[in-house]
Write a protein that binds this ligand. Structure first.
Ligand SMILES: Cc1cc2nc3c(=O)[nH]c(=O)nc-3n(C[C@H](O)[C@H](O)[C@H](O)COP(=O)(O)O)c2cc1C
Length: 158
């Protein structure tokens, strides 16, 4: 069958905007991620999709742990901080207060909520690795509504 793909369609999928955080030894990091989905209630499982070239990718591969910080709709200002490749290591967190819970990955204090996960499987079907995570802790931190990709204009994307 001949492929007929209008490139305007995939960007219409609705996704949240998350800060995906990791820890490997003393090193912490965080990156913006939007390709995230729940895939099971019992047990609670989610997938994240991370390109191999991301610094976070090797940290997750090595530690098998990550946290997902669910941002509030008024936290767009964190997008430029965590979409950056520079200022990685602890510097991305220089002005972002965080907590440490079970995984050691940073939990953003002002986030709406967070999930901490243990990686139980991974798959490389295309240009991003799919990490399947079992949720080991989930908490609400603030009141509010979640930030989604459609709250962001072009300035924040890419
Ligand atoms: C709106 C938005 C969504 C993004 N979603 C993803 C994603 O789901 N997976 C991914 O690998 N990169 C995603 N990125 C790109 C990473 O956030 C970016 O490459 C970051 O610099 C990686 O940081 P690191 O190299 O320190 O891990 C997204 C960027 C933006 C602006």
């Amino acid at each position: 069958m001949k492929e007929q793909i209008d490139e305007r369609v995939l960007p219409k999928l609705t996704n949240g905007i998350y800060v995906l955080t990791t820890r490997k030894g003393e090193e912490i990091n965080g990156m913006i991620a939007t390709w995230v989905s729940q895939v099971s209630f019992h047990p609670p499982l989610i997938i994240i999709c991370v390109k191999e070239e991301r610094y976070s990718h090797h940290m997750i591969k090595d530690s098998d742990l990550f946290a997902l910080n669910i941002l509030r709709e008024d936290q767009k200002d964190l997008v430029p901080v965590f979409k950056s490749r520079v200022n990685r290591k602890a510097d991305k967190f220089k002005n972002v207060p965080y907590l440490i819970k079970d995984t050691g990955a940073p939990i953003i204090k002002e986030a709406l909520a967070f999930l901490e996960c243990k990686v139980i499987s991974s798959l490389d079907p295309g240009d991003h690795t799919i990490f399947l995570g079992e949720v080991i802790r989930a908490e609400i931190l603030q009141d509010g509504r979640p930030l989604t990709i459609h709250h962001l204009d072009k300035h924040y994307q890419g």
